[in-house]
Ligand binder design. Structure first.
Ligand code: GDP
Length: 296
């Protein structure tokens, strides 16, 4: 179920509830079941949905609501709060500091949109007055350096990489050192993906992370991966200290549920979403407006 449909289904369930003359246990249950179904179809992890339903039932105690209370509003608020709670891990992401160099490392599976997102992130910050630089530490995928180079050149962002060096750790360290010397205040390290979550990928990520000591590790996730999102995000989190998530391809067939699940798995906030292939198709992610939009 794509995001717009999810929002539609939730609003419809709420509307049906408010059409009922009396909101009793059955009406509330029907409404919550409808919402549960919509969330599951949007690939939100089953456990999250179940917990949410339990919490709402705890909050909305129909017997305690005096007549005259707007039950629909109270229920709607509880649903809003619960959705926000899933998306808000309770701690803000690392923020860049002026006058200091920050190293941000990107991780994610091949095809997730990592390389594209590195440039979008650099470009976004460049427009805000930062001095970013890009390092291509992906020596696994042929063409990764060319892609980064092309993107970086288009955005006039300095870049570093190699066609011949096969050690990603070495490239990452050299790139970070060079750009520190050049007084860049945001050094972005693009690491290798792989098709699968495999031991070699995680080991490489760990080594690059140990060598470059990033201030922030961003996990990039394709929004269309569905129910696999939770496990994938957790696997990355177990290998490196993921501190933020970027969900790509939220345009088109995006299922929003994967994003909710990834946040829960990494306990890290979504900071941006990718909404297209172009450099500026990139939005800051804020929980409350997102959920508001979802609920219509
Ligand atoms: P990587 O292997 O993870 O580095 O992935 P790439 O950055 O090469 O991206 C894989 C494909 O996804 C490319 O064709 C990108 O143009 C595309 N892509 C990346 N982000 C987005 C997005 O937000 N929306 C859409 N529609 N396509 C995207």
């Amino acid at each position: 179920m794509v995001l717009a449909q999810l929002g539609g289904s939730i609003s419809r369930a709420l509307q049906q509830m408010s059409n009922a003359t009396i909101i009793d246990e059955k009406v509330l249950n029907d409404c919550l079941n409808e919402i549960t179904r919509a969330l599951l179809q949007s690939d939100v992890q089953f456990k999250l949905v179940r917990d949410m339903q339990t919490n709402i039932k705890k909050i909305v105690n129909l017997d305690d609501l005096a007549a005259g209370h707007n039950k629909r509003k109270i229920i709607q608020q509880a649903i809003f709060n619960e959705l926000c709670k899933i998306l808000d891990p309770g701690k803000p992401s690392f923020t860049l500091k002026k006058g200091k160099t920050s190293v941000v490392m990107f991780v994610g599976l091949q095809g997730s949109g990592k390389t594209t997102t590195c440039t979008k992130y650099a470009y976004y910050h460049q427009k805000k007055g930062w001095k970013p630089a890009l390092v291509c530490a992906d020596t696994f995928r042929a063409g990764a350096f060319d892609q980064l180079k092309q993107n970086a050149t288009k955005a006039k962002i300095p870049f570093y990489g190699s066609y011949t060096e096969s050690d990603p750790v070495r490239i990452a360290v050299e790139g970070v050192e060079r750009f520190k010397k050049e007084n860049c205040d945001l050094i972005i390290v693009d690491t290798s993906g792989r098709h699968k979550q495999e031991a070699a990928l995680f080991e490489e990520m760990r080594q690059v992370s140990e060598a470059t000591k990033p201030d922030l590790v961003i996990f990039v996730m394709d929004s269309s991966i569905g129910q696999a999102a939770f496990d994938q995000a957790q696997a990355f989190k177990q290998s490196v200290a993921v501190g933020a998530v970027i969900v790509t391809k939220m345009d088109g067939h995006a299922k929003g549920g994967g994003a909710l699940s990834a946040v829960a798995a990494t306990k890290s906030p979504v900071v941006f979403i990718g909404t297209g292939e172009h450099m500026d198709e990139f939005e800051v992610f804020d929980v409350k407006p997102f959920v508001s939009r979802l609920l219509g």
